[in-house]
Every structure is written in C-alpha cells, then in structure tokens.
Design a protein around this ligand. Sequence first.
Ligand code: SF4
Length: 107
Amino acid sequence: MNKIARRTFIKASAAAAAGAVVLPARELRAQDLPQLTEDDPMAQAMKYVHDASTVDPASRPNPAENQNCANCALIQGEDGAQWRPCQIFPGKLVNANGWCSVWAPKA
Ligand code: SF4
C-alpha cells in the first residue's frame, strides 16, 4: 500500500469508526409526553375530565367519594406531579386532579 492509499485508508477507517459510535437513545421522560385533552376521542370515551370536582358523584360507576387521578390505582409517575402518565392513556399525561370512568381505588 503506498503512502497516499494508506492515508486514504486511515481516514476512511476513522470516519467509519466515528459513524459506528451509537449514541444512547434519549430516555423518554414523563414531562416530554403530551397532555391528554378532554376532546381526545379516547378521553371522551372514558369520560375523562381535567377536574374531578366537575363530575357529579352520583354519575360515577364506583361509589367511592373522593376520586381523582392522583388517588387512582392506574396513575403512574411521581407522586405530587401535576401531570402524570396513566395506564389507560398510554403516551399521554393526565391531570392529577382529573378523573375518568375507569377510576379504581389504590390497594
Ligand atoms: Fe385518572 Fe385513573 Fe382515569 Fe387514569 S384511569 S385517567 S389515573 S381516573
């Protein structure tokens, strides 16, 4: 291999090695997710609202009195956060003060 060919080979190898470096995928954080909107078709199907106090307790399928997303068994994420993931609405955040017809008490 002559000098020029060797130099070209080294440059190409370096470029290939640099391209082979795989950057770790950016971790998806809860705060990166969009907030669920009340007019979302899935939200409407589940009667989701951002403010549980706007729901007539008599209309709830479960008789428990104090119901909101923060005390629902299906909420995820960190306690105290205003917007949190929910198992029923994957990829979206629900309001901790919200409510939907799937509400279930924490065990
Ligand atoms: Fe809120 Fe629970 Fe309904 Fe999720 S399942 S939206 S946490 S009430």
